[in-house]
Design a protein around this ligand. Structure first.
Ligand code: EPU
Length: 421
């Protein structure tokens, strides 16, 4: 078991370079299974979720290789030999469900074990299955795997019952080679959804409307190869922005798309943090003597405040005077980190979908447990603000989604050591 030892009471200062977006990369790599040619994919974060996806692809006969130890992957899926993802592979990450849509589009069938991933409450995939059936596949769950089969895929008009990132992306994957015009309504508009559409289009797909409520996909016979660069990670950037504010620091967050950050920048400004936007970077600082204000956050689909930033902003709220409230509207169980913050001295009450945070208390170091990816990131921030040294256990969760997290925090003045037992 690996742990982080975090020495607290630091003020983060300096510059941090944001990596490629995890939730785009874990969809774009399976999407490459649809491509009948070589894809050069740049800005791929080397995080464990991505390494697991690469391993799954290679186990199916794809050849995915890092170019010269950079963040560029060369992917050749022309000779895949299998349409099956085992439980051993699928359980490691949620995004293994993207192989359902990609393999269905590529081979007309897929057998994919039900996915793992962070425990955030119920994570049904009924909307994914509804899409595959609408496109003409039979979908049966048997022996812990979802079996999809379609002799041919035909277009469909699909209205999602709720906005789902995963189902929207899986629909694009399954439909981009289906005959005719598929229309998807009530879709997710997250930046990584648009990035997947852009990747597919750059390989020869015909997808329009990504980033709006309606996506239209005109099926094409073949996707050829090409080059593509993944967008910067909105949530990684937001995490360092929250960390800068919580430690009352001054950090230039580089390689970001400021437009994607507006929901987070706006909330930080509302709390009294100075946020300056440049072309592809954002400076976050707390002016000397500034007193930050409490706030309310309600998580929502893009362009609303992202659920994946909820634990990190809650830590910032714990450091400011007054009563703040965060309301979680996407996941049923995303407050497990609250118990950890309470052990550091935070005063937080969870009431159904909301957590009420009585801020302004100094946090003190404690042994901590990262219960999921974003919770782990939030605990790093909390430990950086606290007096003393904290241990954080189960850091594998953090390494699933944050590239070089120790190096990046330490370059800003944090004092984090990875301890391998
Ligand atoms: N939902 C259903 N049925 C479905 C699909 C979703 O009821 O078929 C519900 C979910 O239970 C949830 C809501 O719809 O209440 C939204 O779920 P969504 O499908 O959008 O989530 P996801 O695709 O499984 C992705 C990210 C999550 C992020 C959510 C919301 C990936 C691999 N994961 O999950 O990221 O929280 O969108 O933005 O892209 C993270 O990175 O830490 C993370 C958990």
């Amino acid at each position: 078991m690996n742990r982080f030892l975090v020495q607290g009471k630091v003020c983060l200062r300096g510059e941090v370079e944001i990596s490629g977006a995890k939730n785009a990369a874990v969809a774009i790599l399976p999407a490459a299974m649809l491509v009948d040619g070589v894809c050069i994919i740049e800005n791929v974060p080397k995080i464990s979720d991505v390494l697991n996806i690469v391993e799954i692809m290679n186990s199916m006969g794809a050849v995915a290789e890092w170019v010269d130890n950079t963040n560029t992957l060369r992917v050749d899926c022309r000779n895949i030999t299998s349409c099956e993802v085992s439980y051993e592979h699928a359980k490691k990450l949620r995004a293994s469900y993207y192989f359902m849509g990609a393999l269905l589009g590529r081979c007309g069938k897929s057998i994919v074990a039900l996915p793992g991933g962070c425990n955030l409450g119920g994570r049904p995939i009924d909307q994914h299955e509804k899409v595959f059936e609408a496109l003409g596949a039979t979908v049966v769950t048997e022996g812990g795997s979802v079996h999809c089969h379609a002799p041919s895929l035909n277009s469909a008009h699909i209205y999602f019952d709720m906005v789902s990132v995963g189902a929207t992306i899986n629909a694009m994957l399954a439909a981009c080679k289906a005959k005719g015009l598929t229309v998807l309504e009530n879709v997710a508009k997250e930046p990584h959804v648009v990035d997947v559409a852009n990747f597919l289009n750059s390989m020869g797909a015909n997808i329009s409307g990504a980033g709006t409520n309606v996506i239209k996909i005109r099926g094409v016979a073949r996707l050829g190869g090409g080059s593509y660069a993944i967008i910067p990670d909105q949530i990684e950037a937001g995490t360092y922005m929250a960390a800068a504010a919580a430690t009352r620091g001054n950090v230039l967050v580089k390689n970001v798309i400021p437009k994607h950050m507006e929901c987070i920048s706006g909330k930080l400004r509302e709390m009294g943090v100075t946020v300056e936007e440049y072309d592809d970077s954002i400076r976050v600082r707390v002016e000397e003597g500034a007193i930050l204000r409490h706030a309310q956050v309600k998580t929502a689909v893009y362009p609303g405040f992202p659920t994946d930033m909820q634990p990190q902003i809650a830590v910032l709220m714990a450091t400011v005077e007054g009563i703040s409230r965060v309301t979680e509207n996407i996941w049923g169980s995303r407050f497990r980190y609250v118990e950890e913050l309470k052990r550091m001295g935070a005063k937080i009450t969870v009431d159904g979908k909301s957590a009420v945070i009585e801020g302004g208390r100094s946090l003190s170091a404690a042994p901590l447990h990262a219960c999921d990816l974003r919770a782990g990131a939030a605990l790093i921030i909390a430990a950086c603000t606290a007096e003393g040294s904290s241990y954080i256990e189960e850091i594998e969760f953090v390494e699933r989604g944050y590239e070089n997290v120790v190096e990046k925090f330490n370059a800003l003045g944090a004092n984090i050591q990875k301890i391998t037992d």
